[in-house]
Design a protein around this ligand. Structure first.
Ligand code: GLV
Ligand code: GLV
Length: 327
């Protein structure tokens, strides 16, 4: 029997070709740059064997029930899978595929770009050129905290966290601290020079000049960057988040930025996405907000799309997925 599959967005063509070439699939494609409305998704998912989705779709009990018992695989074109209920999928015996690894470099590079843009006030400074604010060369103007010789704290020392540290090391970072559920093996800590030091969260917050978040969004990490966390950070600390908006309490972040509790923040992820135009965070000069573009390099997006297609086909065939999501 041919498999029915639903692809919920316009994705790099290479992935569509793989699905079409497999010959065993009937493809229903929401071929638009805009998300499929929830009602439409609930309708069209009915009776499919494979679901190829994005992080904009909530894959919960309601959706899995709407799909029906024949559903064999959920494949998301993202490394994060907080939008997919793994317990609900597991209850129904449905594996979930995701796309780790292929976006590590792109996301780490964007993290460094965002950190530098925040620390050196690039967005604010470039705006001054256009709005007439560039009076003359001024010794005290547009200064930010110093990266050379600083301590960088990495929350979540996984693939992306390590790659961020490796990219920052050549700037002359003096210390890398990391917090994670467990201490990493020595060979992982030595993937960066100077060697990364495992510390508790409190020490990381207190001692870091730059704090960068690379943890998955889970029940444990939701809202972990809150008033208490920001109050422990240095007044000249820069906070960067390219993971998930949900790890930050945005009201607390706003207060911390507004009152000078911390120096600045660079966010590639927010709650909600997009952030409403009247959101308080957008009124702050010391907050740089990007529209969730961590993995937005052409070849990276293609590799993600292709890996998601391979996960989907493996799931339909009842084989092990190239990359299966696990909590
Ligand atoms: C992007 O945020 C992803 O999870 O791939
Ligand atoms: C800056 O342009 C300098 O010459 O110091």
């Amino acid at each position: 029997r041919r498999h029915k599959i639903l692809v919920t967005r316009r994705v790099p063509q290479a992935a569509i070709e793989i699905l079409k070439d497999s010959k065993s699939c009937d493809l229903d494609h929401w071929d638009s740059d805009d998300p499929i409305p929830r009602g439409e998704l609930l309708n069209r998912v009915s009776g499919v064997d494979g679901l190829y989705c994005l992080l904009t779709e909530k894959i919960d009990a309601e959706l899995l029930d709407a799909a029906g018992p024949q559903l064999k695989i959920v494949s998301t074109m993202s490394v994060g899978f907080d939008h997919v209920s793994l317990p609900e999928a597991a209850k129904r015996g449905i594996p979930v595929g995701h796309t780790p690894g292929v976006l590590t470099d792109a996301t780490a590079t964007l993290t460094v770009a965002l950190l530098l843009a925040t620390q050196r006030r690039l967005i604010e400074a470039a705006a001054e050129v256009k709005n007439g604010g560039w009076g003359t060369w001024k010794p005290l103007w547009m200064c930010g905290p110093t990266l050379m010789g600083s301590t960088v704290g990495i929350v979540g020392f996984g693939r992306i966290g390590v790659a961020v540290a490796q990219r920052l090391a050549p700037f002359g970072v003096a210390r890398f601290l990391y917090a994670d559920v467990e201490k990493k093996p020595e060979n992982v800590e030595k993937m960066v020079t100077p060697k990364a030091e495992h510390v508790d969260m409190e020490t990381l917050f207190k001692e870091s000049d730059f704090v960068t978040a690379h943890t998955a969004l889970t029940q444990e990490t939701a809202g972990m960057f809150n008033k208490d966390a920001f109050s422990k950070m240095k007044n000249n600390a820069v906070f960067v988040n390219t993971s998930r908006g949900g790890v930050v309490n945005q009201d607390d972040l706003y207060e911390a930025l507004k009152t000078g509790q911390i120096w600045g923040a660079g966010l590639d992820v927010t709650v909600p996405e997009p952030l409403p135009l009247d959101h308080p965070l957008l009124t702050l000069k010391n907050c740089v907000v990007l529209p969730h573009i961590g993995s937005a390099e052409e070849s990276t997006r293609e590799a993600m799309a292709v890996l998601a297609a391979k996960n989907l086909l493996a799931g339909l065939a009842g084989e092990n997925l190239p990359a299966q999501a696990k909590l």
